[in-house]
Ligand binder design. Structure first.
Ligand code: KIV
Length: 258
């Protein structure tokens, strides 16, 4: 699974064979430039899901449910999830949390909405966690996350994101729960892996978390390409004749013989 936020990237990721595209609320950070995901709205997710749905033809599209779009009442959660599927054209939704959201997951699944769950480091709880910190390092916290994983699986979630937890704990959850796990910063023993596409492609200049492998350095390559464009414009070597339109050639008038 890879995150996607627009049609062009969706086309690239789909073409590359990603099974799932996550329209994550990480868009609050990488697209909107905020320090966290808290200000993302359901409208934002619907807008970006529609763009991704237009670009992807194979991958399953998961729309992330923003902060407070599913915690207030199950009815509101259903309404918001329904918008992400009906207007955003996503195939399923993802939400953060364990035992506390299990009844909401059950309601959504009963209404025909496939739900991906997300436990461990849950970015929407950044202030409750005291920052973006690895979770489940001590025995009690590991037990809490294990119980959360069981609760969301029993509530009917079809898959489970495990974020920012020790590899040993992710391996245990993967072995114990019946649904596939998808890890980010959770080691190699999960069933699948997810990365933010901007991290994977090296588009984030200032953020280099330990769990990210950068498969390219597109920020540096982008800067070099645009610098070249600026130089070419200033030196008038762009646009060249091959980029320039000419006037239409008129057919020559035939000389009159009369
Ligand atoms: O919003 C997001 O991109 C996510 C992934 C990092 C799992 O939730």
């Amino acid at each position: 699974m890879v995150t996607a936020y627009d049609a062009t990237f969706a086309r690239i990721l789909d073409e590359a064979g990603a099974d799932l595209l996550l329209v994550g609320d990480s868009l609050g950070m990488v697209i909107q430039g905020n320090d966290d995901t808290l200000s993302v709205t359901v409208d934002d997710i619907v807008y970006h899901c529609r763009a991704v749905a237009r670009g992807a033809s194979h991958a399953h599209i998961v729309g992330d449910m923003p902060f407070l779009s599913y915690q207030l009442t199950p009815e509101e959660a259903l309404r918001n999830a329904g918008r992400i599927l009906a207007q955003g054209r996503a195939h399923s939704v993802k939400l953060e949390g364990g035992r506390s959201v299990a009844p909401t997951i059950a309601r959504m699944v009963a209404a025909g909405i496939p739900v991906m769950a997300h436990v461990g480091l849950t970015p929407q709880s950044v202030h409750a966690m005291g920052g973006f910190r690895v979770q489940g390092r001590d025995e009690d916290d590991a037990r809490r996350i294990l119980d959360d994983a069981h609760a969301v699986a029993e509530a009917g979630a079809y898959a489970l994101v495990l974020e920012g937890i020790p590899g040993e704990l992710a391996a245990r959850i993967t072995a114990e729960v019946a649904i596939p796990t998808i890890g980010i910063g959770a080691g190699v023993d999960c069933d699948g892996q997810v990365l933010v596409c901007y991290d994977l492609l090296g588009l984030t200049a200032d953020l280099r978390p330990k769990f990210v492998k950068r498969y390219d350095e597109l920020f540096d390559r982008g800067v070099a390409a645009v610098r070249q464009f600026c130089d070419d414009v200033r030196s008038r070597s762009f646009p060249g004749p091959e980029h320039t339109f000419g006037v239409a050639k008129r057919p020559r008038a035939v000389a009159s013989t009369g």
